[in-house]
Design a protein. Sequence first.
Lengths: 178, 391
Amino acid sequence: MITDETRPEDFKNIRNLRFDHIKGWGIDADTKNDPTYPMKSRTDEEQEGYSWDRPELQQEDVEILKSVERPNLTAVFGTTAPPQGVSGDLRRMAFKDSDSSYGRWLPLVLADRIGMFEGIADDLKKGHVPNLFNEFGLGAEWKYNKKGFILKAAVGTAVVVGLVALIASRSKKKTARL
Amino acid sequence: MIAMNYRGPYRVRADRNAPMPEIKHPEDAIVRVLRSCICGSDLHLYHGLVPDTRVGSTFGHEFIGEVVEVGSSIQNLKVGDRVMVPFNIACGRCAFCRQELYGNCHESNPEATAVGGIFGYSHTAGGYAGGQAEFVRVPYADVGPTIIPDWMDPDDAALLTDVVPTGYQAAEMGGIQTGDTVVVFGAGPIGIMAAKCAWLFGAGRVIIIDHLEYRLEFAARYAQCEAYNFKSIGDPVVFLKTQTDSLGADVCIDAVGCEAAGNFMNSLLGRWMMLQGGSTTALHWAINGVKKGGIVSIVGVYGPINALLPIGNVLNKGITIRANQASVKRLLPRLIEHVKNGVLDPKGIITHRIPLEEVAEGYHIFSSKLDNCIKPILIPHHGRSNQKQTL
């Protein structure tokens, strides 16, 4: 099976720095013809290969998911919200694919949505009932857009009432069949 | 401490028991935040459009503050220094930083290779906590943070960490020549700043296009440019051709990004179904509205996956596309001078000053375009005591 999973030793650039077998190699080279100027300073390292003394490496004290397009973690990284729960499992799976793959990004979006429900469960587990009115910033809607607030509230109520009615009528039908 | 806490799309709260940040690396500093803006690109996170935005994250990549602790290797900063912190996290020594591409650092984001580390911008940008908090960890603190000059207003300083450099670089990437006609799509804070900065490069005519009247009025006044509502000009591309001898603009700037309105298919696939890296309507108009051989400069933020684009027209018209995250550190010395000389007035775009504790309302106001909001700035408690004096 083809996989995107990589190991540090997979990353190699085997360079041939001799071009004398290619007639005319480099005769029209013009380092000033660079569309990225003046957005970057030229260092002319392209030929020999880039290298740098890496900064001291941050200790990995929480789980960090790494792109398979890199051989290693960067010298520093953020440590917020490490992967956990079902969303964490999905994220681990997503990081097996490369950054250029749908298999990488779509599961992450799904994981984000699952994480939202895990967040509510986590709040409740800690005895915190989320104040949805405040968290959606609806105080500002009431303050600056009363008409919109009332409209949204009416639509929201109608949707909830409709759903409850639909569920109630289905369960009634089920009971009647039994 | 108090910190903004993301709970899911359109849901955030001010968490009063957020853990204090710690020094994790010898080149870290801990900064007490004095000002932190909500950026238009934060709304992409807030709307759930950026993959790997985890519940519990703190956003915020435009902030200033006071250094309260430094790591063992820090040499350029000391406790008590007041600094503006560029939104890019940059090591200063990798191949890209050495080329002054500080937005493309290769030692700050292990989770994706296309983008360098950014404060508070999801795990796709490195998983760092952001500055919409009372305190924040700042990696590579000897590289990015810049001391705020005594004469500078703290609000100006906060805007120099992203919106001004991004707007300026949008114009710079346009390669504007004297007399050029420059069209900016999007009259949000970045678009307004790009329009303002286009004049600094010698533009002959600057046009800004959006669909929100209050923003267009603001842009016309602040950036002294022409402003048009795409809902009242018909096809924006045809309109631009009529304005440019049928040839197209010399330079088009996309300052909208992934949440562009104006095209149902793009909105459906990019914003609502998330099957492409955002709605590319503004970019589509930019490519089709620029002249042959013209330049399209992109600073609008898009997601990492494929997106619908008229790429055939890029080829056939010979368009040069230039794009990047702003290299804040590279641009700061010049922009500080521009503020000092009165050429730029960053704080002039701030419309809302909001206590950090009311962050949820701040996001809702900005997201829903309430109360004619252009640019909101969050001020933690200790920033409020500094509100009137310069730093």
